[in-house]
Every structure is written in structure tokens, then in C-alpha cells.
Design a protein around this ligand. Structure first.
Ligand code: COA
Length: 282
């Protein structure tokens, strides 16, 4: 996330957007971000992991295919490519979530697109927002069988711990995106002949429904689906960025089309005004 946040900001330095009021090349700047962010991320990842300097130029006609190609250095498995493509679609846009709101506030000051997206990336990384998919993976990986998962989860609930990948501020009964990615998590597990993570995830889901009446959000089954694609956990939240950048930039363009400064008020609940006492009178 540091790499993407800084890469986005640096792109704003190297290729600044045309200024307001016209923002004449905003669509091109948005397309460029969608195209460049996977290369920025994977150039860093591959160099950091094995010292390889990859060629991040486009070699595939989909973001999912390009990502897997650069990550694994070869032709992607068709099911992995399709599953990641579906996941990117599910993550692309979700109304006024926290990171999108950040982007719109920034855009409402007539700031540049790169600043809006840089702020959005910083907001997305938190574990209550996009960071939940990595935290969900850390949870699922701890258990080697459904029985152990149930026991471990009951302990966590007794200790009133937050279970990452469950609940949603807007959805109250279910997250419709979760059903889609859950099928992919199962399909990819079956293809690999390894359903351990899927079965552990399903048991966690059952316990959460039974004990807390909470349902998995998109992040929960994304974790095991990504794992089956051979994607390292620290790339899960960055993948969310590679998709959501489409939503953020669309919101920035929409905000600019009929702009008004977003400036919330706050209700003061502190002490009442107190008499002023000059220091020499104390
Ligand atoms: N694990 C355990 N308890 C949870 C929970 C979770 N994932 N999500 C909500 N709860 C509990 C809350 O602690 C609260 O309990 P309380 O009334 O005893 O204090 C109750 O359920 C109601 O919470 P709610 O008002 O629905 O949550 P919210 O709107 O404040 O928060 C989230 C929504 C997403 C921030 C919250 O569900 C959460 O932190 N989930 C985990 C992080 C996550 O997956 N984020 C990705 C979202 S797409």
C-alpha cells in the first residue's frame, strides 16, 4: 500500500493533470492510473522478492491477466484469470464508502486527480475498510481444520474480538458480493485439490451466523480465492486498489461535473465558555 500510495503521488509529479477549471485530460489521467498501478506494484514486488526487474508494459488485454502474468512470470491459469477478473469487478465501485468519500472531499476543493486517489489509497488500507481481506486471511490460516476453527472462533467471540471479513456498515443481512466470490473460492479450491481453506472459511461463516447473526462481506472469501491463485497475502489490499481506482476516479469526475465544496460541520460537546484569567492574575 505504501508503494501504491507513493507511486500514485509520484505519477502526479511526473505526469501532472491539466489544471482546473477544465481538467481537460482527466479521463486520460484516470485510464493511465488504472493501467499503471499494477505495473508499479508488481515491479516493486518482483524486485523485492527475487531481484527481477520486470517489464511492466501491457502484455494482456485484462487487468487480471496482466497482474497474474507479471506476478507469476508466465501465462496465467484461465480459471485464476477469470476469478480475479470477477473479483476486480466486485471491488470496482461501492458508492460512498470511506475511501471514495475521501476522494470526493479532495476533489471538491478542485484539487488534482492524483491527490484524490492518493488520499483514497491511504483511507482504504485500514483494517476496517480494505485491509480486512488480509486480516481475514491471517485468521483463516491459523486453523488446519473446521473443528479447530470453530473452537478458536468461539474463544475470540468470548473475548469480544472483532472478526475481520464480517459485517458491513450498509448491508444488514448479507453482502450480495460475497455469494459470488464464495463460489470462486470453492471452485479454485476444488481445482487445486485443496479445500482446507474453503472448509475452514465455511465453518467460520456458520459460527458467525449462529453466534452473532453476522454474514461474510466481500473481503472474507476473497482471501481464500486469492490464496488459491498463488497471490501473497500482502498484495490482497493493493489488489483492492487496482480495482477501486476505477470507482474513485469516476467519482472525482462526477464531483467535478457539478462541484460544491464538501465541508461538514461539527457539533461541539466540550466545556462551556470559561472566564478568561490572565497569567499574571493566577
Ligand atoms: N466481528 C465481531 N463483532 C462485530 C463485527 C465483526 N466483524 N462487526 C460488527 N460486530 C458487532 C459490533 O461490535 C457491535 O457489537 P455491540 O453492539 O455489542 O457493540 C454490533 O456487531 C453491531 O455492529 P454494527 O453497528 O453493525 O457495525 P458498524 O456499522 O459499526 O461497523 C464494520 C461495520 C464493517 C466496520 C464492522 O462490521 C467491522 O469492523 N467488520 C470487520 C472489518 C471488516 O470486515 N471490514 C470490511 C468491511 S467491507
Amino acid at each position: 500500500m505504501d508503494v501504491l500510495r507513493t507511486g500514485c503521488s509520484m505519477l502526479g509529479c511526473l505526469e501532472p493533470e491539466a489544471p482546473p477549471p477544465g481538467f481537460a485530460d482527466q479521463s486520460d489521467a484516470a485510464d493511465r492510473l488504472v493501467a499503471a498501478l499494477p505495473g508499479i506494484l508488481l515491479y516493486w514486488h518482483r524486485f523485492h522478492r527475487d531481484g527481477t526487474r520486470i517489464d511492466p508494459c501491457t502484455q494482456d488485454d485484462s487487468i487480471a491477466g496482466q497482474f497474474l502474468r507479471l506476478l507469476h512470470d508466465g501465462e496465467p491459469d484461465p480459471a485464476h484469470r477469470h476469478g480475479l477478473d470477477v473479483s476486480l469487478t466486485l471491488y470496482a465501485e461501492h458508492e460512498f464508502n470511506a475511501s471514495t468519500f475521501t476522494a470526493r472531499i479532495c476533489a471538491s476543493t478542485l484539487s488534482d486527480l492524483h491527490s484524490a486517489v492518493t488520499g483514497a489509497i491511504g483511507t482504504l488500507r485500514g483494517p476496517l475498510h480494505g485491509g480486512a481481506n488480509e486480516a481475514a486471511m491471517a485468521l483463516i490460516e491459523r486453523f488446519d481444520a473446521p473443528g479447530a476453527a470453530e473452537e478458536g472462533l468461539m474463544g475470540m467471540l468470548d473475548r469480544k474480538e472483532l472478526i475481520m471479513g464480517f459485517g458491513h456498515r450498509v448491508y444488514k443481512d448479507s453482502d450480495p458480493r460475497s455469494d459470488v466470490i464464495k463460489k470462486w473460492a470453492q471452485r479454485l479450491g476444488e481445482q487445486a485439490g485443496d479445500l482446507r481453506l474453503y472448509e475452514v472459511s465455511e465453518r467460520i461463516e456458520q459460527v458467525m451466523r449462529r453466534e452473532k447473526k453476522l454474514f461474510p462481506n466481500l473481503d472474507f472469501y476473497s482471501a481464500s480465492a486469492y490464496h488459491m491463485m498463488g497471490i501473497p497475502t500482502p498484495l490482497f489490499t493493493p489488489i483492492f486498489v487496482l480495482s477501486r481506482v476505477t470507482g474513485w476516479t469516476a467519482h472525482v469526475i462526477e464531483q467535478r461535473a457539478d462541484n460544491r465544496l464538501i465541508r461538514p460541520g461539527s457539533e461541539y460537546i466540550g466545556p462551556e465558555p470559561r472566564p478568561f484569567v490572565a497569567i499574571e492574575d493566577r
